[in-house]
Design a protein around this ligand. Structure first.
Ligand code: AMP
Ligand code: ZN
Length: 506
């Protein structure tokens, strides 16, 4: 196999075929990093004022798989995912109270206590779902100095102005020489009609303008000195500052949930260009779609967002039972990241069964014995090529899972003695599971042993296998064979190994 050797390592030959759905061009584009084999990726992290819900998990999982796949291809990835700990207001624009400040006021806590509590929660949840930590996790409050410097640059370039101690980005001025709305497809005049008259907007020259710095009023808990006032940065600014600080003024991938496209990401582009010049700061914008419940976006304010803990225990009105983190991970990966995904109990239960099938075969794979003579092995290399093709097609995890199911059929056939494979064939199957199921999809065995259709099925199968073992110990071959044959008719394969009997669904 040919591969591209660079100064810093070896890229997989499959790397050259990776295509990403770029939200900026609205096309699938071949991925060509700015400075291969290095890749810079920035993803908007959580605002740490409450427990993360499952919708948030979907977005971070999407970019976890992107990160894992890029690493698998041999790229040296610097992954920056921030923590928003100041500046995100309850109105999601320039009105309202700071979300963290509000929580601190209501619970009589220091704002940094709120931040620490929910940052810890976020990290716990990421660990439970096997979402890898980023290379750098910077905080907005840790970068106030850099945010002030960027505002100064934007003012110097004529794209921002001060009013009563606050600083606003001058959208119309910027739009004279730039395409404001390029990412989101919004048109300035339509936006103008939609903008409400809001608190503090009278100090803006135009309601379209957005805050870079806000003067803090007396009730505001978090504030810093600046050339303009004692105040705090606007929400969009931190991401412009922290992405370019750690990844450079032009970097490869910027991700986040679809709901952040406007205004957050559109404003980020405007800030970067307003400070650094007209070059596009981001080469590929990726947006993960929303997790919905009965068609409505899961969110804290809708009251339809349950926490991962509620999900695992089943302790929520929307849940018929508890689901394991790997079941949820698998459920989410069964949908392409760019499409909405609707949460439902039947869908979760189907994912649970599907995962058990996959895990069952994966478990059997460890004990498969090669046979050098016998039937020809199926074309396993083609299976591997299809797996890469799926991931290279804009991280198409549902298609990858279909390829893995084809591999499951091969494993089960070999385990049941219907097919024989040589050592190379078995190694290829093992590599397929360890590369694609483990490293790229991030799946892992949750319970040691055979596959189980829930606890009850596990228990029943244990009883049946014990009865069969006893029959064999008593040399009652007729009963032992009867049990095995009846299970085979039901699509359950059992296999006797040195550590006892394991089983899997056909
Ligand atoms: P927040 O903490 O609200 O700033 O959100 C953190 C991340 O979760 C952002 O990238 C959001 O786009 C994302 N997010 C919020 N709700 C959902 C949802 N229902 N489905 C998928 N992603 C979501
Ligand atoms: Zn952001």
């Amino acid at each position: 196999m040919d591969s591209t050797t660079t100064a810093a390592g070896t890229l997989s030959p499959f790397a050259k075929d990776l295509h990403l759905g770029n939200s900026l061009s609205r096309e699938k584009e071949r991925f060509e990093p700015y400075n291969p084999p290095y890749v810079g990726m920035y993803v908007c992290g959580p605002t740490v004022y409450s427990n993360v819900h499952l919708g948030n998990v979907r977005t971070f999982l999407t970019f976890d798989v992107v990160y894992r796949y890029l690493i698998h291809l041999g790229y040296k990835v610097r992954y920056v995912r921030n923590i928003t700990d100041v500046g995100h207001l309850t109105g999601d624009t320039d009105d309202g109270e700071d979300k963290i400040g509000k929580k601190a006021r209501l619970e009589n806590l220091e704002p940094m206590e709120v931040v620490q509590r929910y940052t810890n929660d976020f990290h716990d949840v990421m660990r439970v779902f096997r979402i890898l930590p980023p290379s750098i996790e910077p905080t907005a409050t840790g970068h106030i100095v850099e945010q002030i410097a960027m505002i100064e640059k934007i003012i110097e370039n004529g794209f921002a102005y001060e009013a009563n101690g606050s600083v606003y980005f001058d959208v119309r001025k910027f739009a004279e020489s730039h395409h404001y709305g390029e990412l989101s497809g919004r048109k300035i005049d339509e936006l103008q009609n939609q903008t409400r008259a809001l608190d503090g907007q009278d100090e803006k020259r135009d309601p379209l303008d957005f805050a870079l710095w806000k003067k803090a009023d007396a009730s505001h808990l978090m504030h810093w000195p600046s050339p303009w006032s004692e105040g705090f940065p606007g929400w969009h600014l931190e991401c412009s500052v922290m992405s370019t600080k750690y990844l450079g003024r032009t970097f490869d991938i910027h991700g986040g949930g679809m709901d952040l496209k406007f205004p957050h990401h559109e404003c980020e582009i405007a800030q970067n260009m307003g400070a650094h010049g007209p070059e596009q700061p981001v080469r590929y914008w990726l947006h993960g779609n929303m997790l919905t419940v009965n068609g409505r976006k899961m969110s804290k304010s809708e009251g339809n967002g349950f926490t991962p803990e509620e999900l695992i225990t089943g302790n929520h009105k929307l849940l018929e039972k508890g689901y394991s983190p790997m079941t949820v991970r698998f459920f989410m990966l069964q949908g392409h990241y760019a499409g909405t995904l609707d949460f439902s109990n039947p869908a979760l239960q189907a994912a649970e069964k599907g995962l058990e099938r996959l895990m069952g075969a994966w478990g059997l794979l460890a004990d498969l014995k090669p046979c050098e003579s016998g039937e020809a092995a199926p074309d396993l290399a083609a299976l591997r090529a299809r797996a890469y093709a799926a991931m290279n097609d804009d991280f198409n995890t549902p298609v990858l899972i279909a390829v893995l199911y084809d591999a499951v059929k091969v494993v089960n056939s070999v385990a049941a003695g219907r097919m024989v494979l040589n050592a190379e064939g078995i190694d290829t199957l093992r590599a397929l599971f360890s590369d694609f199921a483990a490293d790229i999809l991030g799946l892992e065995q949750e319970v040691a042993g055979g596959a189980g259709d829930g606890d009850r099925t596990d228990g029943l199968m244990e009883v049946i296998c014990t009865l069969r073992s006893e029959a064999k110990a008593n040399k009652d071959w007729a009963t032992a064979d009867l049990i095995r044959d009846r299970l085979t008719e039901l699509g359950v394969q059992i296999k006797d190994g040195k550590d006892g009997t394991s089983w899997t669904f056909d």
